[in-house]
Design a protein around this ligand. Structure first.
Ligand code: GCO
Length: 433
């Protein structure tokens, strides 16, 4: 059976930031830095999913999805990052998981979607190797607590964003701009993933455990030697840096060399990072165009935005054929046994008109990307499910509430949910599948 689902993440939707014993995460801290987030938005209230989860589960039931991919907020369940569990926080996820199951929806949690407890950051965060071990303990505790009802687990979501956007470019929490720290963070995130795989397998041999990686394939305007180099570096930085350790037990040599830094690998780390997973959670949004630039740091290329290209409200190129190609490539190159598309979607400038939200651009994006995915599946790529990003409009990180990715519109003044045309489209598509 093919799994149809929707995705969200804790900090982006839950709100209730100061309730039920939740401690601050690095995103609570980062969003207070002047200029860090558009309009000085933060996740204090977000979509108030913490209180409105029943309504949101009802919407999922109406959509007809089989599964709900959400994330557990580490600072809600272990406010000090390591040590005592917070019962009130666990109770929320108990209600959410039970509510999903009552509606025939399979819960699919991710354990880390970027909301590191600030308490962990205060001890160095992902720059500190110990963080990987704190994460594994937390993963073990969640497996024990929810494993009677939760069988599918994603360890870490998009280590690319945590590592590079959070520690190299500083545009996401914790807002650090340092290549060496970025490299350390990437390695410790991947190590945390591997340790969490072991921790979850220790709890139960029937868990299905995977990791979610995002992929951004690159093209160049021409095919000169420099163009090819630019593509190679972009692919190495965005894609291979994370996929190679997990599936080939090594970092890409060309990128390690070009960085000219040490990766803090201890003996045995690469075996842990490359522990067999049951599936790859693959996130795809767009492709990028790159150009060689000898001066660029940390690698000699830059991303360019050629005109005449169809783009979403994020400025991301819409290119569904790349999705098919990427899936076929990942299957062939890495021999992955099972794929779930854990995120795919688009942001547009949606407006409520007469109580309705018509979003033909999102419908078109969704339709073309579903077709592209099924094309790859028809050509033999083992894809078992698709989760649309996102169920509802939410806190889009540094873009705040300006960018809307939901199939369902949220009015942040009233918290009213309004299904967009794309929600009706998705519902029909699921029904007819
Ligand atoms: C991700 C992000 C989501 C974003 C989405 C759109 O995993 O990339 O998890 O949180 O909202 O990708 O940018």
């Amino acid at each position: 059976m093919f799994t149809w689902g929707v995705s969200t993440s804790a900090y982006q939707i839950e709100g209730a930031a100061n309730e039920g014993g939740r401690a601050p995460s690095i995103w609570d801290t980062f969003s207070r830095i002047p200029g860090a987030v558009a309009n000085a938005d933060n996740g204090d209230v977000a979509c108030d999913h913490y209180h409105r989860y029943e309504e949101d589960l009802d919407l999922m039931k109406w959509l007809g999805v089989d599964a709900y991919h959400f994330s557990i907020a580490w600072p809600r369940v272990i406010p000090t990052a390591k040590g005592a569990l917070n019962k009130t926080g666990l109770d929320f996820y108990d209600r959410l998981i039970d509510g999903a199951l009552e509606r025939g929806i399979t819960p699919w949690p991710t354990l880390y979607h970027w909301d590191l407890p600030q308490a962990a950051q205060d001890k160095g965060g992902w720059n500190n190797r110990d963080c990987a071990y704190w994460f594994a303990e937390y993963a073990h505790a969640m497996g024990e607590k929810f494993g009677d009802r939760v069988k599918n687990w994603v360890t870490i979501n998009e280590p690319f964003c945590s590592a590079w956007l959070g520690h190299l470019y500083g545009v996401m929490a914790p807002g650090i701009k340092d290549l060496q720290i970025g490299i350390n963070a990437s390695h410790h995130l991947l190590l945390g993933h591997g340790l969490a795989v072991d921790a979850l397998r220790q709890v139960s041999s029937d868990f299905k455990v995977g990791v979610t990686l995002n992929f951004t394939p690159a093209i160049a305007l021409g095919d000169s030697a420099e163009d090819l180099l630019a593509i190679q570096y972009a692919d190495g930085f965005d894609n291979r840096w994370f996929a190679d350790p997990v599936f080939k037990a090594s970092y890409p040599k060309d990128i390690v060399e070009a960085f000219g830094k040490e990766v803090p690998i201890h003996p045995g780390d690469m075996e842990i990072i490359s522990r067999p997973v049951d599936f790859l959670g693959l996130n795809y949004y767009f492709r990028q165009t790159v150009q060689y630039d000898a001066q660029a740091k940390p690698l000699p290329y830059k991303v360019i935005n050629p005109p005449g290209v169809e783009r979403t409200g994020m400025g991301w190129e819409v290119h569904a054929e790349t999705f098919t190609k990427l899936l076929k490539y990942m299957h062939k190159e890495y021999g992955i046994k099972e794929f779930f598309i854990t995120e795919n979607g688009s942001a547009w400038d949606d407006k409520v008109v007469d109580g309705k939200v018509d979003d033909p651009n999102r419908v078109s994006y969704l339709e073309r990307h579903l077709d592209a995915m099924f094309q790859a599946k028809a050509e033999g790529v083992p894809i078992s499910g698709y989760f649309a990003w996102s169920l509802i409009d939410n806190f889009e990180w540094a873009y705040g509430y300006e960018k809307r990715f939901g199939l369902i519109h949220v009015d942040y003044q009233t918290q009213k949910r309004t299904p967009k045309s794309s929600a009706y489209y998705y519902r029909e598509r699921i029904k007819n599948s």
